[in-house]
Write a protein that binds this ligand. Structure first.
Ligand code: HEM
Length: 186
């Protein structure tokens, strides 16, 4: 994945736990890169190893690391570096989710070797929808939950996320049942 992903993990850890913990995590993951370059591709394994090492060093589950990372990605990484892209994708949570299918097409203009996830929405109702997530990468269901929680916060919208089906349990792809109450912080 592009270096900006590992950089975001680094930023999340250093902001919340400090430089020493980050050094320990890198050591445990066997990562010898000093500075991640945003526009350079790194093996996916490196990101998975960093998440696993973070879980061990910080004493939290891998799922919790991925939740926190998803929220951080939306509320810090994306907002700080790509705020206008986020704003252009929708003014409310449902609008943003309905426009999500084409979002990474625009991201790919900046990162041409992107291997993006694929999203689409079905069963769109006034306060709920089903979000379908397709990826050739395994194990990122909890990252998506964190991303959705982050988007709920960004839109000041109380959001409930239930995983309706999981690829890890034999389904064709992950499906998230997302429901919301607008105007209520969650
Ligand atoms: C401006 C904001 C965003 C940027 C710049 C961005 C960029 C990226 C980049 C560079 C990757 C790594 C993929 C690769 O290197 O091949 C990635 C992966 C991913 N992105 Fe985004 N992204 C943004 C927002 C979002 C949002 C809002 C969502 C969903 C709610 C999302 C969902 C994902 C997921 C699930 C992955 C993991 C890759 C996979 O499933 O295969 N991203 N994104």
């Amino acid at each position: 994945m592009y270096g900006m992903v590992n950089k975001a993990v680094q930023d999340l850890v250093i902001t919340n736990f400090g430089d020493e913990k980050w050094d320990l995590i890198k050591q445990k993951a066997g990562v010898e890169v000093d500075v991640f370059l945003s526009n350079e591709s790194y093996p996916d394994e490196m990101t998975y190893d960093l998440v696993e090492a973070a879980s061990e060093v910080l004493g939290v589950s891998g799922r919790e690391v991925l939740h926190a990372f998803g929220e951080h990605w939306v509320l810090q990484t994306a907002r700080q570096g790509y705020g206008s892209m986020l704003e252009a994708n929708g003014r409310t949570l449902p609008e943003f989710l309905i426009n999500l299918p084409t979002f990474h097409t625009r991201v790919a203009m900046i990162f041409p070797d992107l291997k993006p996830p694929r999203f689409n929405c079905t069963d769109i109702k006034e306060n709920s929808l089903l979000l379908h997530y397709h990826s050739h990468r395994p194990g990122l269901t909890d990252f998506v939950i964190g991303l959705l929680q982050g988007l709920g916060k960004m839109f000041n919208t109380s959001t409930k996320i239930v995983v309706a089906q999981r690829k890890a349990e034999g389904a064709d792809h992950d499906v998230f049942a997302v429901s919301w109450v607008e105007g209520e912080a969650g």
